[in-house]
Design a protein around this ligand. Structure first.
Ligand SMILES: Cc1ncc(COP(=O)(O)O)c(C=O)c1O
Length: 387
């Protein structure tokens, strides 16, 4: 197989998640699929055409390199790519030429966008990002007159595709007041620009958590990342959803995780009682133990913090990872898997027989958020689409 593990992406799970999310967003709200971080580890080249086949036509990325990959991966000419973060001035011409829209959040970039548009003799499609309280990037309220003036003066060179902001942690109720302030600040700012003649086509502020918890932030477009891949932004967001619906049972989760991650046993051997396994003394056998070596380690995204802690599925059982997770390998105790042999399937994430290991369960063990666990899966691991 030339690789020690592989990832499966489930198409029917994506279809079902998108159906649910589009219903949640409502009929008049545009859906932007966020594919930054290598499509949250799912692989831009695999995910983008799959999402297009499920009806998605707008993709949000962080940077110009991801935009280029998404642009190359998309199969439909009409699909649109939006850069929500970093693009260098000398890449702006490429964006303008290819109709890739991008955020502007400071005057320097605004001027560079106008310059690139003039050079290409076509309009630059921009999203004006407003600072509303996240204190990251975005135009300050104090700059509103200068901004409105710049935008209006350059309407021959700029298409105001969007006006946007991002919330500072809508997945946690601890940030409730801050989010409410941001919503008010955004509304005030975008109305001001509108009144001055700088009217953007799409107002967009909501990612996954606000879509559920602050439905009035949906506006004209939602930018959804984590939920389309089948994960709730936080347990709080899921609880909030459950209490809003009639079903009200924790088992009524409408989201399905797309990703499974699998490998196979590379070697099996017996270790007598009282021996240390692997590097150092972190694990000592108490009984005669059957161990399986699995060719996956921290260089593949299986965190070293899962040493003596992680679980994998073999023969449908959750078996413990024992000793240190190495760079390319880990050891599992398979003493309770009768008939286990070299070549048997190992599931790091996903289902086997009646058992399942979710990304969340392994993120929880090492205090990672799902976002981080997913994006740590290297690009090189092959991805396969399954129905
Ligand atoms: C600007 C912006 N919009 C949308 C998203 C998608 O967020 P989520 O994955 O929580 O839906 C992100 C991700 O962090 C983002 O930075």
């Amino acid at each position: 197989m030339f690789h020690t593990s592989y990832i499966e992406i489930n198409k029917s799970a994506l279809k079902s998640n998108l159906r649910f999310l589009k219903r949640l967003a409502g009929p008049d709200v545009r859906f932007c699929s966020v594919v930054k971080g290598n499509a949250y580890g799912h692989g831009i080249e695999h995910f983008v055409p799959l999402a297009e086949a499920c009806g998605v036509d707008t993709f949000g990325v962080h940077s110009a390199d991801e935009a280029l990959r998404t642009h190359m991966a998309k199969k439909k000419k009409s699909s649109h790519v939006m850069i929500m973060g970093m693009i260098d001035d000398d890449e702006l011409s490429w964006a303008v030429e290819n109709d890739v829209s991008f955020y502007v959040f400071e005057f320097e970039r605004l001027n560079a966008a106008v310059h690139a548009a003039k050079k290409q003799n076509r309009k630059a499609r921009i999203h004006v990002e407003l600072e509303t309280g996240m204190n990251r990037i975005g135009f300050q309220w104090e700059d509103r007159d200068k901004l409105a003036d710049h935008l209006v003066r350059n309407l021959d060179h700029l298409e105001l595709t969007g006006v946007s902001t991002h919330y500072a942690g809508a997945e946690s109720i601890a940030n409730y007041l801050r989010i409410q302030n941001q919503i008010a600040n955004f509304n005030r700012y975008q109305w001001y620009l509108r009144k001055k003649g700088a009217r953007a086509r799409l107002r967009h502020t909501a990612c996954s958590a606000p879509l559920v918890s602050y439905p009035h932030t949906k506006m004209d477009m939602v930018r959804v990342g984590i939920m389309q891949y089948g994960f709730w932004p936080s347990k709080e967001t899921f609880m909030q959803y459950i209490t809003q619906t009639e079903k009200k049972r924790m088992t009524d989760n409408p989201l399905r995780q797309l990703i499974s991650w699998k490998s196979k046993i590379m070697s099996i051997k017996h270790v007598p009682a009282g021996e240390f396994v692997g590097y150092g003394t972190v694990y000592q056998t108490t009984d005669d133990t059957l161990i399986a070596a699995i060719p996956v380690g921290y260089c593949h995204g299986f965190s070293r913090s899962l040493s003596n802690l992680g679980k994998v599925l073999i023969h449908g059982r959750r078996v413990p990872v024992i000793g240190m997770v190495n760079m390319n390998m880990m050891i599992a105790d398979v003493s309770h898997c009768p008939g286990v042999k070299k070549g048997d399937e190992v599931v790091m994430v996903g289902s086997q027989r009646n058992n399942r290991i979710t990304v969340s369960s392994f993120s929880d063990m090492i205090n990672h958020v799902n976002y981080e666990t997913l994006v740590r899966l290297p690009k090189e691991i092959p991805r396969h689409i399954i129905d």
